[in-house]
Design a protein around this ligand. Structure first.
Ligand code: PA5
Length: 428
């Protein structure tokens, strides 16, 4: 198997039903490519894997090396699309327990005093750098965290050295963060105008922290490029990315308005979080949208499994299957066999995990939860690059079929307005 593969066999959708959308899909695909150079359309991610800024890419690698050399910790400050992609890729491809040579920790994604207190306690005696990421440059959560952590880094290293340890990723011209970066002469990376936050993981937003974590960003881009070329096909019949988008819409129309993204690999947890934001913020508007949720199996079979099997029948499940496991852990025979597990002797843990997956899919499908299966060859940078692009394109197509604008997020402003009024911010 090469790269990604979509399987709709258990989706309870016929091929003919999918192909009814062929013309609409072709029109939308063509309109994406017609509008791709207009910044206002936020389609800059569409050709990013082949048209990214090569100079900026080299600068990312150079800065990543510097950070790896002089820091045990990189604090990534950002929220929503300005941190989830980096966290998703980093956690999917690094050891879940050991602190890496340069560990990535996150800040500015909540307003909890405990969180910032604990973080400061954890990093203050370590060598650290900061990458503050905000496209608007004005988002409250990261701005507050940056104010606090900037003070910490300046007190620890002095102004001149602190300046060399702060990396800013923001808009080319606008925003408070850009102004500050200019004044302090921080190293700055640009988020292209035409790429919205949740579609920005393959820009400096995701790439700098991912490179600092020691992940090969060339391979990540290579995978995304493969996907860009593979899914640049308006013919629904041959385009599995668009088939996924259409299948979701058909299920939604049948009343399956909750999609559960399931993985059998805990390292994928933040890929699910990233996916939830991508689809939730892109589609949930105008009273429409599939509610994206996620589970880590088999863990959550012992918490959410009951609901999925027998609760309200408005769900469908999309499973990400990783074909080849990285680590072949074998269950050994035991002379006493008191735990009764010798029937698994000499089997790999991955084999057991896969059987759990097959059994669960069968049970859920029989329990009237339609299933979509996305198979991934292997959990590595190249395959993740392909998966990221697959979901971004599918999301844009799915939202457009649904009739919403998948590139805005007007609803996010409502809580901010109330919060600012309650905080008595001038002008609110
Ligand atoms: O996808 C989006 O646009 C949002 O989730 C943003 O990424 C998030 O609100 C953070 O915004 P900013 O990068 O401007 O701080």
């Amino acid at each position: 198997m090469v790269g990604l593969k979509l399987d709709l066999e258990n989706s309870k959708i016929g091929n003919r039903d999918i192909l009814r959308y062929a013309k609409r899909v072709e029109e939308i695909h063509n309109s994406f490519y017609e509008k791709k150079d207009d910044d206002e359309q936020f389609l800059g991610w569409l050709e990013l894997p082949t048209k990214y800024d090569k100079k900026e890419f080299e600068k990312i690698k150079k800065c990543a090396k510097k950070i790896q050399k002089d820091s045990n910790v990189l604090v990534v400050i950002g929220i929503g699309g300005s941190y989830l992609g980096a966290r998703a890729v980093t956690e999917a491809l690094t050891n879940q327990f050991s602190n890496k040579q340069t560990e990535i920790v996150y800040a500015g994604n909540n307003l909890s005093p405990n969180y910032i207190h604990d973080l400061i306690e954890y990093i203050e005696d370590k060598d650290f750098s900061i990458n503050v990421i905000s496209k608007s440059g004005t988002t409250t959560e990261p701005a507050i965290a940056f104010r606090m952590l900037r003070k910490l880094i300046e007190e620890k290293y002095g102004l001149a050295e602190a300046r060399k340890r702060i990396f800013v990723t923001t808009d080319k011209e606008k925003g408070a963060l850009k102004k500050l970066a200019k004044r302090e002469k921080y190293e700055t990376f640009v988020i292209p105008n035409s790429v919205g936050g949740r579609y920005s993981v393959l820009t400096a937003v995701g790439l700098l922290p991912i490179a600092v974590a020691g992940i090969n960003i060339d391979k990540l881009m290579e995978g995304a490029k493969i996907a860009q070329e593979k899914y640049n096909d308006p013919a629904l019949k041959y385009n599995e990315c668009y088939q996924y988008a259409v299948a979701r819409n058909i299920l939604y129309k049948k009343g399956n308005n909750i999609e559960i993204l399931a993985n059998y690999e805990p390292r994928m947890h933040y890929i699910t979080e990233w996916w939830k934001q991508l689809f939730g913020e892109s589609e949930g508007k105008d009273g429409e949208g599939i509610y994206p949720s996620g589970v880590d199996f088999t863990t959550d079979l012992h918490s959410m499994g009951q609901y999925i099997q027998e609760g309200r029948r408005n769900l469908f499940e999309t499973v990400i299957k990783i074909e080849k496991a990285d680590n072949n852990v074998i269950i050994e025979a035991d002379e006493d066999n008191l735990d009764g597990l010798n029937y698994l002797a000499n089997k790999t843990l991955d084999y057991v995990n896969k059987k759990a997956m097959e059994g669960t899919i069968e049970a859920h499908v029989n329990g009237d939860v339609p299933n979509i299966l996305i198979s991934m060859e292997k959990l590595d940078a190249k395959n993740l690059g392909e998966l990221i692009y697959f979901f971004e394109l599918a999301c844009a197509m799915s939202g457009t079929i649904l009739g919403v604008n998948p590139f805005n997020q007007p609803g996010v402003e409502a809580y901010k307005k109330n919060m600012f009024r309650l905080l008595e911010k001038p002008g609110y």
